[in-house]
Design a protein around this ligand. Structure first.
Ligand SMILES: [Cu+2]
Length: 130
């Protein structure tokens, strides 16, 4: 009986070490996506309205729970609510906009990473009268 308990304790300690090792390992194949590029670019100053707003992530993102919105300086949503994810490039979201007046606009996005984490963020661009 004493012998059994000793073995059991050793087994428990070994399991604990394996668990700690697993938790400490990075998981490079399930990276957390982030936005890496946009059009208009972050903090861009334009003299005419873009026709659409595009964002790209550094990894493909899920096709569910995605969102992309353009909001003016008064907090009003101004995009055409027709956001799409490019079927042949799942890193790419885009939404069309009507002719936008000079103002500073905020682009907000939401996506689901391959690692199942939700990625949200925002950036701004400005349209100035030419
Ligand atoms: Cu993540």
């Amino acid at each position: 009986m004493t012998h059994y308990q000793t073995n059991h304790k050793k087994y428990t300690l070994f399991s604990g070490i394996i668990l700690l090792a697993a938790l400490a390992l990075p998981s490079p194949s399930f990276a957390h996506a982030k936005m890496v590029r946009s059009s208009p670019a972050e903090n861009a100053v334009l003299t005419e309205s873009p026709k659409q707003v595009d964002v790209w992530f550094d990894d493909k993102v899920g096709t569910e729970y995605k969102a992309l919105a353009v909001i003016d300086s008064k907090g009003k949503r101004v995009d055409n609510k027709d956001m799409e994810q490019e079927a042949s490039d799942l890193t790419h979201f885009y939404v069309t906009v009507p002719l936008l007046a000079p103002d500073t606009y905020t682009v907000r996005y939401r996506a689901v990473s391959i690692d199942t984490h939700i990625v949200t963020g925002k950036y701004q661009f400005t349209i100035k009268a030419p």
